[in-house]
Design a protein around this ligand. Structure first.
Ligand SMILES: Nc1nc2c(ncn2[C@@H]2O[C@H](COP(=O)(O)OP(=O)(O)O)[C@@H](O)[C@H]2O)c(=O)[nH]1
Ligand SMILES: [Mg+2]
Length: 325
């Protein structure tokens, strides 16, 4: 055995030997692969770990199949106005962030792979709730396919990075290449609307309480200027309150309020539609029949409108109030 294995690797190997269940074995093996030094001298060991990983995954899938039906743990039922997947490398603070913003029971630990299956929670933004899905870390050498196939179906992708880590800029670069190769990050969505365009991606630079996070974030902004960045610390709370608004902004949804004829003018119980939706689309969301039956739509919104009639194909904006009659 090569003598230059890291303590983290040794720890993972000990955990593997001590594991009692296949899930524990899987977590430990994933750790071993993440922490094994990547050079010629360990190539054989890396190959061996990969072989054991794929065998174990097959076993786990078979086990789950026997227990009744194959379930894809990454297929998380959408809830609320929008769904955001929170992804990233080990220990970047994904679970801490999801825990801060939602009441989800996430596992936070200073050892890797404390999160083994996706866990979701609801995040409040003004009068709506959006879903955050905390996910197990991405291992660059051995990424889990179903993370990508499901992440491309969500509304917003949040990449959480440990900005204090010198290599974070390379991690972001490598991760975005991986996301592109798996058709998760795309230039334009496919016919079914799947795929995350750059406008739906938020890079969360976490651990701003540490040095040299600010410097590293500047480097990221400089080298990869096309992404939207948000600086935060799940420890100090800096930047955390800005996350819900940022996710809402990227989600491509708008809130529209219905005013019954003769009713009060108020913004309560929003209907959520996609940006680009028309007055007629909104009617359809309120009630299928209304879409065809309404004769007139009056709109209160931006300064341009305060109760004037608008055409059926008028594009609605966030905060518009509509009275159908
Ligand atoms: N200093 C600092 N530590 C953090 C911050 N966010 C998370 N951590 C710590 O980083 C470790 C990994 O956090 P966790 O949320 O489990 O990361 P995950 O693997 O990405 O889900 C834990 O020890 C956290 O307490 C932060 O903003 N600042
Ligand atoms: Mg986690």
């Amino acid at each position: 055995m090569p003598a230059n294995l890291t303590p983290q690797y040794q720890e993972a190997e000990d955990a593997y030997k001590a594991a009692l269940t296949n899930d524990e074995r899987l977590a430990a093996l994933e750790d071993m692969l993440a922490y094994i030094p990547k050079h010629k001298g360990t190539e054989k060991m890396q190959a061996d770990i990969k072989k054991r990983l794929s065998k174990l995954r097959a076993e786990i899938i078979e086990e789950r199949g026997r227990k009744g039906g194959k379930v894809d743990p990454y297929r998380v039922q959408k809830e609320g106005a929008a769904q955001a997947f929170v992804i990233g490398p080990v220990n970047s603070g994904k679970s801490s962030i999801v825990g801060w913003l939602t009441n989800a029971k996430v596992a936070i630990a200073d050892y890797p792979f404390s999160t083994t299956v996706p866990v979701s929670g609801m995040m409040q933004y003004e009068d709506i709730k959006m879903q955050l899905v905390d996910t197990p870390p991405i291992i660059m050498e051995d990424p889990v396919s179903s993370l990508f196939s499901n992440a491309r179906l969500c509304d917003v992708l949040m990449i959480v990075l440990d900005a204090s880590d010198q290599s974070s800029v390379y991690v972001l670069d490598a991760l975005s290449e991986l996301l592109k190769s798996r058709k998760t990050l795309v230039d334009s969505t496919d016919a079914s609307g799947a795929g995350i365009t750059r406008g739906r991606l938020l890079v969360v630079a976490n651990k701003m309480d540490l040095e040299p996070s600010r410097e590293n974030l500047s480097t990221m902004r400089e080298l990869l200027p096309d992404y939207k960045y948000l600086a935060c610390s799940a420890l100090s709370g800096e930047g955390m309150p800005d996350i819900p608004a940022a996710v809402f902004e990227l989600s491509g949804i708008v809130r529209v309020y219905a005013k019954p004829p003769g009713g009060r003018l108020e913004r309560k119980d929003p209907f959520v539609v996609k940006r680009g939706a028309t007055v007629e689309d909104v009617a359809g969301v309120i009630h299928k029949q209304l879409q065809h039956s309404f004769k007139n739509a009056r709109l209160w919104g931006s300064s341009r409108y305060s109760g004037q009639s608008v055409p059926r194909d008028y594009l609605v904006s966030d905060g518009d109030i509509i009275e159908f009659s």
